[in-house]
Design a protein. Structure first.
Length: 114
């Protein structure tokens, strides 16, 4: 990311988070806010999501980030392949058990780990 998030204040992090459609809780530590915002920005290859399900058409691309396939914080099987689910219910269940959250990625559901 072009901006070093650790150099921003909590208020600046919160404002930047709103630009990326994420609401940060300033009661958390600055390190936790930086971690959440950085993870959210990297989630979408273009850096910003319009759809609450996480889908993105790329029309508002701001930055180039690592694609999801190279991100280690997603649920993977024993071979290292990303586990996909056909519907949100099964993805949410797996996310709950694995300590993550379900996201729609191009019609398939995946679990982003925390």
């Amino acid at each position: 990311m072009a901006t070093d998030l650790t150099k921003l204040t909590k208020l600046e992090l919160e404002a930047l988070g709103r630009e990326y459609d994420i609401e940060l809780d300033r009661r958390l530590t600055k390190a936790k806010l930086v971690e959440q915002l950085d993870a959210h920005i990297k989630w979408c290859a273009c850096g910003k999501t319009e759809d609450p399900n996480g889908a993105c058409d790329g029309s508002h691309a701001k930055k180039e980030e690592a694609p999801l396939e190279t991100t280690k914080k997603v649920l993977r099987d024993e071979t290292g392949a990303i586990v996909t689910f056909p519907d949100s219910v099964s993805a949410k269940g797996a996310g709950h058990r694995a300590g993550g959250k379900a996201y729609n990625l191009n019609g398939n559901w995946v679990v982003k780990l925390y």
